[in-house]
Design a protein around this ligand. Structure first.
Ligand SMILES: Nc1ncnc2c1ncn2[C@@H]1O[C@H](COP(=O)(O)OP(=O)(O)OP(=O)(O)O)[C@@H](O)[C@H]1O
Length: 261
């Protein structure tokens, strides 16, 4: 649509965060014990919000992401990176402000929901269907997904239940399933950190391909090298606020100076 194109730069925006605030509410944070029924009756007796602790995880973040960009999210533990991704994916409601997205964003976390008791093979099919691929498309891509994951390099693991996989193997399979589809907006949460070096290289190459296919990729990572190798732009979050937004080199340099890493 012509209206979508930024007249100044001719680029197409895919994600817009406008003064976004995300607040978690933790029920019964003080006692932390007892059944759900007991907690519910406590809340009803108090007549509302008391006993609910609020965590203001994202504070007034604004940015626009464009098609073809790979954007890294950095910041110390608990700075709000995963929360921001989950909000973009539509998994968390905004307290204030707004997120606009073009197409369906897909969030690939190391905890992406696959079924532990099912075989890798079944999970490839399930994951594909969950992402909206047809059975035919999955069939076509099946071998590619298995090969990419490297699960079968040391024996026929793909026909075993996922609970028999190491955490690295499981994470690799998740990444391979998600990366098999071309996404409008693909968000990857620390997935690269879990694979071995060889797999990381393959994932980085795939991220570059996804970008070429005109999507937008977000990558949360504590590995500055991964960010350098795959992203051209970086958002630096600290205590829920956007500290810096700019070219990878500039932001990583400032971040390394600050953190001494
Ligand atoms: N489900 C939740 N309920 C309540 N608070 C939460 C929840 N998830 C995260 N938080 C809080 O929100 C803040 C931001 O957390 P978030 O996981 O987004 O940070 P992060 O930058 O991804 O951290 P890390 O680098 O450690 O993965 C933290 O203070 C965290 O304690």
């Amino acid at each position: 649509m012509a209206d979508d194109i930024n007249p100044q730069e001719g680029r197409i925006p895919t994600v817009i965060a406008d003064e976004l605030h995300i607040v978690y509410r933790v029920n019964g944070a003080k006692t932390g014990k007892g059944s759900a029924t007991a907690a519910l009756s406590r809340i009803v007796k108090r007549g509302g919000d008391r006993g609910v602790r609020k965590v203001h995880a994202v504070k007034g973040v604004s940015f626009t992401a464009y098609r073809g960009e790979a954007i890294g999210l950095i910041g110390s533990n608990g700075s709000g990176k995963s929360t921001l991704l989950r909000a973009i994916a539509g998994l968390l409601p905004a307290e204030k402000g707004k997120v606009y997205t073009d197409g369906q964003p897909s969030l690939l976390g190391v905890n992406a929901a696959l079924m532990n008791d099912l075989t890798g093979e079944r999970n490839v099919i399930l994951g594909g269907l969950a992402m909206g691929m047809s059975r035919e498309q999955i069939k076509e891509r099946y071998q590619e997904i298995v090969d990419f994951s490297g699960i079968n390099e040391k024996g026929d693991f793909i026909s075993l239940p996922m609970r028999t996989y190491s955490s690295g193997m499981a994470a690799r399979l998740r990444f391979s399933i998600a990366a098999a589809k071309d996404h409008d907006v693909l968000m990857i949460d620390e997935a690269l950190a879990t694979g071995d070096r060889k797999f990381q290289k393959r994932s980085e190459a795939r991220i570059r391909e996804l970008r070429k296919e005109a999507g937008t990729v977000f990558l949360v990572s504590h590995n500055n090298k991964s960010i350098r190798d795959t992203c051209d732009r970086v958002l630096w979050l600290e205590r829920g606020e956007l500290l810096m937004d700019g070219p990878t080199d500039e932001v990583i340099k400032a971040y390394e100076k600050e953190t001494g890493k």
